[in-house]
Design a protein. Structure first.
Length: 198
């Protein structure tokens, strides 16, 4: 097991923690968005260590406090965001609910969205932000208000997704992505894998 006794939350040290626990993969990957990449963040490899997950979530919670983000409920898209949202809920002392896939789309079906309540959407990794946007739409359709979006890793690069609320992350990293018709020759020679959620 990697040594996680002391977590210093600089970007470089946090990135090293991802590498230490095998959460930053190198190869040829097809992301949930359909884009291709040489790197893939598999946050499940980091989140399997509860002490590390708690310390990293505590750092994200502190960042939210410093920005004076006030929320009543945390909501996460399944699967990747559930552990992040649950741990944030513990540190912020807020209720946590989640959206899940049902018949090919995200729904919040186990919990009511409470009209007038302030929501934080929590995710593990954001690239295009499609699951976060779907989750925001579900909250708004139920009469809730999305106050902020928070994630562990923002890998959206220059094309920052627009969520209609402040967007913050613990680690921002630029990773090259390619559409299926623009995959570089070196990647074409490596079999592609799709390690993300289905």
């Amino acid at each position: 097991m990697p040594d996680f006794k002391q977590i210093l939350m600089t970007s470089e040290q946090l990135l090293q923690k991802f590498k230490d626990c095998g959460a930053l993969l190198e190869g040829h990957f097809i992301l949930r968005s359909g884009l291709h990449s040489r790197q893939f963040f598999q946050c499940a490899h980091l989140l399997q260590y509860p002490v590390l997950a708690s310390e990293i979530s505590a750092a994200l919670a502190e960042k939210l406090r410093q920005l004076k983000v006030e929320v009543d409920v945390i909501v996460s898209p399944a699967m990747g965001g559930i552990l992040v949202g649950h741990d944030l809920g513990r540190h912020l002392e807020k209720k946590h609910i989640f959206a899940e896939k049902h018949e090919g789309r995200l729904v919040i079906r186990r919990f009511p969205v409470e009209p007038g309540m302030r929501y934080l959407v929590a995710e593990d990794v954001v690239t295009t932000g499609s699951a976060v946007r779907e989750t925001c739409a579900l909250v708004e359709a139920g009469g809730g208000k999305v106050e902020a979006v928070a994630c562990l890793v923002d890998r959206s690069g220059e094309k920052k997704p627009e969520f209609g609320a402040p967007f913050l992350s613990l680690l921002e990293i630029r990773v090259e992505t390619f559409s299926a018709d623009q995959v570089p020759e070196d990647l074409k020679n490596i079999p592609a894998s799709k390690p993300g959620s289905k």
